[in-house]
Write a protein that binds this ligand. Structure first.
Ligand SMILES: Cc1cc2nc3c(=O)[nH]c(=O)nc-3n(C[C@H](O)[C@H](O)[C@H](O)COP(=O)(O)OP(=O)(O)OC[C@H]3O[C@@H](n4cnc5c(N)ncnc54)[C@H](O)[C@@H]3O)c2cc1C
Length: 303
């Protein structure tokens, strides 16, 4: 080997956790407390990164998402767990039926069990001005950020048949709610009737763009016919794509989520996937799971 060849390192542990945000760190904490050696690899892109604060999280209400990660990493390390910054490119079986977790840059981890806690990617409707305000004044979850926009004009853009579901929840937070049924989306007539009876304005239309004010905040939603609807916040439901790519080399397949909004990784009651020894937790298993729900920890019972 040349003196200048990059040095790669192979580490060994009981459990390698891929993804070190809410789910991965919570699992690693339990693993450390069960005296399992655990290495967490995290690429540092949690789903809620665009949001300034986390809400509905008992004991950490209102803290920035990065603070949860910082505290969680310290807690994992306090039990001997390791948390590494990095990206896992592939997980394969090694000859002795262990897993080889390969990282970008050539390093690897050999582990007896692997936990997939890689989360998901939110895919937003292709509407001008939406993506750049995602997580700030473009929101999706009334529980996470609804209270912060209470009593203000909210425009909810519905782009798929399941999209009307949160409208009743937003109506509970403001009586200035307008729902735009975008691009002839097919929704239940009875749901529309209930919302209208509750004072929600329903508009059938084509959203052209989100109109910002001088400070870059949402000011209005503009329709294709030039109508502008005043808005301090926009609610929209994304579709979901789980980050399962590192595990497909093990034969892991994702399943279509029953909502029709994306895919997910199926697990049994212990959190194990269809690939023996590969567990999954967090949004990768359930797109509607929020940070406050702990993941299953049966991976900790790995022999
Ligand atoms: C805008 C927004 C705001 C939200 N606000 C709230 C809120 O206020 N309260 C609340 O309870 N919930 C909130 N949520 C939901 C919350 O973000 C998720 O429930 C939570 O992040 C799920 O945790 P997770 O650990 O499963 O996934 P994530 O938090 O998404 O973490 C996955 C981690 O895995 C890493 N990763 C992915 N692939 C790899 C790889 N190949 N190698 C290494 N690492 C990898 C990522 O970088 C990331 O750090 C919000 C969601 C969004 C979109």
């Amino acid at each position: 080997m040349s003196d200048h060849a990059p040095r790669t390192v192979e580490r060994h542990c009981d459990v390698a956790v891929v993804g070190g945000s809410a789910a991965g760190l919570a699992a690693a904490l339990q693993l450390g407390r069960q005296r399992r050696s655990v290495i967490v690899v995290d690429a540092g892109e949690p789903r809620n990164a665009p949001a300034a604060h986390m809400h509905g999280y008992l004991g950490r209400e209102g803290v920035p998402p990065s603070e949860l990660s910082t505290v969680g990493r310290e807690e994992v390390r306090s039990y001997g767990g390791e948390v590494l910054g990095g990206r896992v490119t592939r997980v394969i079986r090694s000859d002795d039926d262990r897993f080889r977790v390969e990282l970008l840059g050539g390093h690897s981890i050999v582990a007896r069990r692997v936990l997939a806690a890689t989360g998901l990617v939110d895919e937003l409707p292709d509407i001008d001005g939406l993506a750049e305000r995602w997580g700030r004044d473009v929101i999706h979850c009334p529980f996470c950020h609804g209270f912060e926009v209470r009593d203000r004009p909210i425009v909810q853009i519905v782009t798929h048949p399941m999209g009307l579901h949160p409208a009743g929840l937003f109506r509970q937070l403001t009586d200035r709610l307008t729902v735009v049924l975008h691009d002839h989306v097919d929704v239940e007539r009875s749901q529309v009737d209930v919302l209208q009876a509750a004072g929600v304005e329903i508009i059938h239309g084509q959203v052209r763009r989100i109109v910002p004010d001088d400070d870059g905040h949402v000011a209005a939603v503009e329709l294709a016919d030039n109508e502008r609807i005043e808005a301090d916040a926009v609610a929209v439901g994304p579709r979901f794509r789980v980050r399962a790519e590192p595990f497909t080399s093990l034969g892991l397949r994702t399943a279509a989520h029953p909502t029709g909004l994306g895919d997910f990784v199926e697990t049994d009651a212990t959190g194990e996937t269809a690939v023996p020894g590969l567990y999954a937790a967090g949004n990768v298993t359930d797109p509607s799971q929020r940070s406050r729900r702990p993941p299953p920890t049966a991976v900790g019972s790995a022999p």
